[in-house]
Write a protein that binds this ligand. Structure first.
Ligand SMILES: [Mn+2]
Length: 467
């Protein structure tokens, strides 16, 4: 099947879902406009609205897609003025967009006003970017209000949910893009792992890793790369800086590339020297065991939350074995004691954004419990879903020196041991996992993760640097 055929099938599934959502009005899905940077003539990096990008496969600033039962799909292609063309490259023509997206009725965006005019006063579902309401003129529409464009908020929400549910399972075009994004991430991580050494900054690793992402086809990073050395490896979303790394410390890198809108999201943790220290290796193996169990358990019909709870138990047991927690695993997990060291969820849906849509099944909400508040996914897994699996163990000084928590967990935590590890940093291991018909496939499998394999890469990298 060609890419445009896959895109057509995708839209057919959406039409069917929207029809059963019992809404017979028009639907407009703007791609969104570039966002100006205040006080300059520049714009923030453009991100198309994921709903527009899903339905068309492209990310065209200022474009819009429309649908109406009985009328089908219309794609409005922006064109630039002669003055704009002095500064900017020409966007694809309506015909080019028709060929790329398979939306045969692709027309110049100047026809959008007429499309709205002929639907004057009718309730419309407005998906995609809502910027059209405030910046209508930039879509070539004189005035949103004078056209009596009416947004049916209830229908908008209903159709949006139906679309989000369809977006969970990835089709062939999406998986092709995600595979390329994951492959680029793997090469970038390997480059950073080989380069790391005493005396380098976090920033130096980031630069070489991201260069590799771009060389391998990455359009940009999927999110701000996280490179944390030493104590910084415990900052869950830490920004790489000028901190110089030293032998004996860990480095945590959580980074991915984006290709044609699709994200990869991979984490590895490794020593600055050629080897893990004893406690680093022990805790690394606990995280690795939790991660491998979750991957072994992932498959269609499996509740993601049950994988999170299993990982929590494995981490609690590992912390008991390391002399950090005290008590039975059941009691520790029930009291969220493990969450002092694993304060986030097992992972999330991945796709057009790093935390892709619809991680929670309709009707479910995050629990207001320390150990589960940041669980971003709560649904039964199904074939085609791509999720991350990313347990971790961290020593976050803010959590571990908090008087209320020290009192609450006075008996369950061996605080003397913890006090000696406040600058340990953290360990996270994250892979991107595709749920298949009978289990799962680790998309980022090419990036080694056993302690021995990591040390071999480090020895090799350090040898190359010295030789
Ligand atoms: Mn992640």
């Amino acid at each position: 099947m060609s890419d445009t055929e896959v895109l057509r099938e995708r839209r057919l599934r959406v039409e069917a879902a929207w029809s059963s959502a019992e809404f017979d009005g028009p639907v407009l899905i703007p791609a969104s406009l570039p966002i100006p940077i205040d006080g300059t003539d520049q714009f923030h990096e453009f991100h198309a609205h994921p709903e527009f990008q899903y339905l068309t496969g492209v990310a065209e600033p200022g474009a819009a897609l429309a649908w109406e039962p009985g009328d089908g799909w219309t794609l409005f292609a922006p064109s630039l003025s002669v003055e704009d063309l002095v500064w900017m490259s020409a966007p694809p023509s309506a015909d080019e967009l028709a060929a790329e997206t398979g939306v045969s009725r692709s027309v110049d965006r100047s026809e959008l006003a007429g499309w709205l005019e002929s639907r004057r006063g009718r309730g419309m579902a407005l998906l995609g970017s809502r910027d059209v309401e405030l910046r209508a003129t930039e879509y070539g529409v004189e005035s949103w209000s004078s056209l009596e464009a009416v947004v049916d908020e209830e229908a908008t929400e209903r159709l949006g949910k139906a679309l989000a549910e369809l977006r969970r399972a990835k089709d062939a075009v999406e998986l092709d893009r995600m595979t390329r994004a994951v492959d680029a991430a793997v090469f970038g991580h390997l480059a950073a792992q080989r380069l790391a050494r005493h005396g380098l900054t976090e920033r130096a690793l980031q630069i070489e890793m991201e260069a590799e992402f771009f060389r391998r086809g990455g359009a940009r990073t999927a999110y701000g790369s996280i490179v944390g050395s030493g104590p910084n490896s415990a900052i869950l979303h830490g920004t790489p800086g000028e901190r110089v790394m030293s032998d004996g410390e860990l480095v945590l890198i959580d980074a991915g590339a984006e290709i044609e809108g699709y994200a990869s999201d991979v984490t590895r943790t490794f020593p600055v020297s050629a080897e893990f220290t004893g406690i680093q290796r022990d805790l690394y193996n606990v995280v690795l065991a939790a991660q491998q169990e979750a991957i072994a358990g992932a498959g269609p019909g499996v509740e993601y939350k049950s994988l999170h709870m299993q990982a929590s138990a494995t981490i609690a047991q590992g912390l008991v074995d390391a002399g950090i927690l005290r008590g039975s695993v059941e009691e520790l997990v029930a009291a969220d004691a493990h969450a002092l060291f694993f304060p986030h969820g097992l992972g999330h849906m991945l796709g057009l954004s790093t935390h892709d849509c619809a991680g929670y099944l309709e009707g479910r909400v995050p629990e207001d419990r320390f150990g589960l508040a940041y669980l971003r996914t709560d649904l039964p897994l199904a074939p085609g879903y791509v999720v991350t699996i990313e347990p971790g163990i961290y020593f976050v000084p803010a959590l571990l020196t908090d008087p209320a928590r020290r009192e609450r967990y006075a008996e369950m935590v061996n605080w003397d041991v913890v006090d000696g590890l406040l600058d340990f940093g953290g360990i996270r291991i994250e892979d991107d996992v595709l749920i298949t018909g009978d289990g799962c496939e680790v998309m980022s499998e090419a990036l080694p993760k056993s302690a021995d394999e990591i040390e071999a890469i480090r020895r090799d990298g350090l040898g190359a640097a010295n030789g």
